[in-house]
Design a protein. Structure first.
Length: 99
């Protein structure tokens, strides 16, 4: 038995949807679509499986969002660590401790 996938995506693919512009002042149906996708804050990504329904919602919000296709959903701690900048220095010892 052969299964076909829609949208040309492999199994286990997800849309990473990030809101880039505000929905303030837009039609109520557009705001409701954003709410149904779980988009409620700028630059905060949400993940949804690749399917035709989600693609339709994204098309309705195409001016407001940035969309990427990812193979897995990262843990929140991994996302936070990836955004954290490097310290800019290295601790080589402690002058207060005398041994």
């Amino acid at each position: 038995m052969r299964t076909t996938l829609r949208l040309g995506q492999e199994a286990g693919q997800y849309f990473k949807i990030t809101q880039m512009r505000s929905a303030i002042g837009l039609d109520q149906s557009i705001r409701a679509t954003a709410r149904s996708l779980g988009i409620h804050r700028l630059h905060k990504p949400v993940y949804h499986p690749v399917n035709a329904t989600t693609a339709g919602y994204i098309l309705k919000l195409k001016e407001l969002v940035h969309v990427e296709t990812v193979s897995d959903i990262p843990q929140r701690s991994a996302e936070k660590a990836a955004r954290k900048p490097e310290r800019g220095y290295t601790v080589i010892g402690n002058a207060l401790k005398s041994e």
